[in-house]
Design a binder for this molecule. Structure first.
Ligand code: SF4
Length: 381
C-alpha cells in the first residue's frame, strides 16, 4: 500500500447534473486531454491517476461513515451539526463525512467516478474499484463515469463487457458535436467516425450511454451543419440519453477569447433555438430520452422520449420562435432570472408583469437581450 502519499478523501470539481445525488469517487485527477476550447474546468491543472489503494481507501472511509450513520435513529431528522458531534468527526474527515451524508441521505442509489475520463486507467483496475464499490454498497443501482470516445476506442469489446459485468452501468460521453468541422474547430480531439464507433461499442457492451449535445458550439457559421451532423451521429448510435447543454462562454475559456476578438460568433437565443429545431428535424424517432437537465438551456420543457415526443419538441421551438420579439425578450429574461419555467408560464399575468419589471430594471431591450442575459448566464457556469 502506498500509504505515504495518501492525501485523504478527494473530490473533483464537477459531475453531470444527473449525478447530483451520487457518491463521487475520484479515480483520476483533472483531464488527460484538456484542450477543448469551450471548457475551462481543468485548465492549468495537471492530469494524474490516483493509486488504486488510495481510491479503495476513499471507498472504505465512506463505508465506515455509512455504517456509523446506520446506528443513528431517525437519521433524517437529526441536524448535520449534531451528527458531527455525535460521531466525533475529526476536522480532516469533514469532506468524506459530507459526501457520505449526501450519499446516505439520498438513498445510496448511485456512484459517479471522477474526473473527466476514468476509463483511461487499466480496465482491470477500474474493475477492482467498481467491484469494491459493489461489495461495500450492494444497494447501489448505478455506477457511472465520463469517458472520451478516443479512450473507449482503445478498450477492446471483451474488456468493455467485463467492466459492465463488474457493475459499471452507465457512461457519459461529451459528444458536443457530430460535425468534424466543429470538433476540429473546438479541439475536441475526436472525429464523427470515432463518436459513432465508441457509442455503438459502449451500447453493445450492455452499458447505458449518455451523449451530450451542445447547441451553439458551431457558432453562427456552422450552426446548421452542427445540428445536422450531430443528429446524424445520434441517429446511428441511438444512445439511451441525449443530454442538451447549451453553449455558454465562461471567463478564461479559449473560445471566449476567440469570441471577444471576433474569431467566433456565438449564436444568440433565437439562432440557438433555430439550431435546436433543425436538430430535431434531422433526428429520427429513435428510442433515446432527451434530457434538458442543465440550467443553461432556455427551453427546458424539451425533455422526454424522442420516439414519441419529437414533434412536440419541434412545436416547442416553433412556439418560441413565433412569439413577438418583445415576448421573446420577456421570456428569455424570465428564464435567465428564474422567474419563468416554461413557455406556458407567459400566460400568467403576474409572472409576465414580474418578468417585464425585471427587463426594465436590467435595461433589457429586444436588441440587447442576448448581451445582457449572457452576462447573467455566466453566473451559472
Ligand atoms: S475532454 Fe471534457 S473535461 Fe477535457 S477539456 Fe474536453 S470538455 Fe473539458
Amino acid at each position: 500500500m502506498s500509504e505515504s502519499s495518501y492525501r485523504g478523501f478527494e473530490q473533483g470539481p464537477i459531475r453531470p447534473p444527473s449525478e447530483a445525488r451520487s457518491l463521487l469517487i475520484r479515480v483520476t485527477r483533472n483531464c488527460p486531454w484538456n484542450r477543448c476550447t469551450f471548457c475551462p474546468v481543468y485548465k492549468g491543472q495537471k492530469y494524474s491517476k490516483r493509486p488504486l489503494d488510495h481510491v479503495l481507501r476513499d471507498i472504505d472511509s465512506v463505508f465506515r461513515y455509512v455504517e456509523k450513520l446506520k446506528t443513528i435513529e431517525h437519521l433524517l431528522s437529526v441536524p448535520r451539526q449534531e451528527l458531527l458531534t455525535r460521531l466525533s468527526v475529526p476536522a480532516d474527515e469533514l469532506d468524506v463525512f459530507a459526501s457520505t451524508c449526501n450519499f446516505a441521505l439520498s438513498g445510496m442509489r448511485s456512484v459517479f467516478l471522477q474526473d473527466a475520463n476514468s476509463l483511461i486507467i487499466k480496465p482491470e483496475e477500474l474493475i477492482r474499484i467498481v467491484s469494491h464499490l459493489r461489495s461495500r454498497f450492494p444497494e447501489v443501482k448505478r455506477i457511472t463515469s465520463y469517458a472520451r470516445a478516443g479512450t473507449v476506442a482503445k478498450i477492446d469489446d471483451e474488456e468493455l463487457k467485463a467492466l459492465f459485468a463488474s457493475g459499471l452501468n452507465r457512461i457519459h460521453i461529451g459528444m458536443e458535436s457530430g460535425s468534424d468541422k466543429v470538433l476540429k474547430q473546438v479541439s475536441k480531439g475526436c472525429t464523427k467516425a470515432a463518436l459513432i464507433e465508441a457509442g455503438r461499442r459502449v451500447r453493445a457492451s450492455g452499458m447505458e450511454l449518455s451523449y451530450y449535445y451542445m447547441p451553439g458550439l458551431g457558432g453562427k457559421e456552422l450552426s446548421s451543419e452542427h445540428a445536422r451532423e450531430s443528429a446524424d451521429v445520434l441517429n446511428l448510435v441511438q444512445p439511451d440519453f441525449i443530454r442538451i447543454r447549451s453553449l455558454a462562454l465562461p471567463p478564461g475559456a479559449q473560445l471566449t477569447k476567440q469570441c471577444m476578438c471576433g474569431d467566433f460568433e456565438k449564436p444568440g437565443e433565437l439562432d440557438t433555438c433555430r439550431e435546436l429545431r433543425e436538430f430535431f428535424l434531422h433526428l429520427n424517432d429513435i428510442p433515446s430520452i432527451i434530457r434538458s437537465d442543465h440550467i443553461l438551456n432556455l427551453l427546458i420543457e424539451i425533455d422526454g422520449s424522442l420516439a414519441t415526443e419529437r414533434q412536440h419538441f419541434i412545436e416547442v421551438t416553433n412556439r418560441f420562435l413565433e412569439l413577438s420579439s418583445y415576448d421573446q425578450m420577456v421570456f428569455i429574461v424570465g428564464r435567465r432570472t428564474d422567474r419563468i419555467y416554461s413557455l406556458a408560464d407567459l400566460a400568467s399575468p403576474a409572472i409576465y408583469r414580474d418578468c417585464e419589471t425585471a427587463c426594465g430594471r436590467l435595461g433589457v431591450t429586444p436588441e440587447n437581450v442576448d448581451r445582457i442575459t449572457a452576462r447573467i448566464a455566466s453566473r451559472y457556469i
